[in-house]
Design a protein around this ligand. Structure first.
Ligand code: FEO
Length: 170
């Protein structure tokens, strides 16, 4: 049986991952609205990955005989005004997710739940990749984003991102 404090923090993390999916979908809809189909694709693929993150936690909690809680998912922001602003918001969001994952790691360590401590390493590595991917786009936008023809090329590049299901690997 899983420790209650660890169960609670994992449930909170499930909620954060599904909220992340909502947030990325809101961004995807915005990009689609302004005609940036590639940016819309990139954020939509990210939303699907966030659902995978939530589902991996869901399966883990069930495997540990824990209880999954279905808390309300917050309404995401929908007021966006340009790609750079959106990607800066994404970066801030991912940094907050990293902090939440780190809290899961330290909580599971404090509670001597070494199975969860080991499990959460996958998320720690995933966050490094996520922050790096977002920052990569920010760097390009910083460098060239004011040039509309380059923005078009960045949009094309982001349109090439493909979804592949994220699975937990130990
Ligand atoms: Fe699941 Fe983007 O963190």
């Amino acid at each position: 049986m899983i420790n209650k404090k660890v169960e609670d923090i994992l449930n909170a993390q499930i909620n954060k991952e599904f909220y992340s999916a909502y947030l990325y979908l809101a961004m995807s809809a915005y990009f689609d609205e302004i005609g940036l189909k590639g940016f819309s694709n990139w954020t939509k693929v990210q939303a699907r990955e966030e659902v995978d993150h939530g589902m991996i936690l869901f399966d883990y909690l069930i495997a540990r005989n824990g209880r999954v809680e279905f808390n309300q998912i917050d309404i995401p922001e929908t007021n966006f005004n340009e790609p750079m602003q959106v990607f800066e918001k994404i970066y801030e969001h991912e940094k907050s997710v990293t902090a939440a994952i780190n809290s899961v790691a330290s909580m599971s360590e404090d509670e001597c739940d070494l199975a969860t401590r080991n499990f959460i390493d996958w998320y720690i590595a995933e966050q490094v990749e996520e922050e790096a991917n977002v920052y990569e786009v920010i760097k390009k936008l910083k460098m060239f984003g004011s040039d509309k023809s380059i923005l078009y090329l960045i949009d094309k590049e982001l349109g090439g991102r493909e979804y592949s299901q994220h699975r937990y690997e130990n």
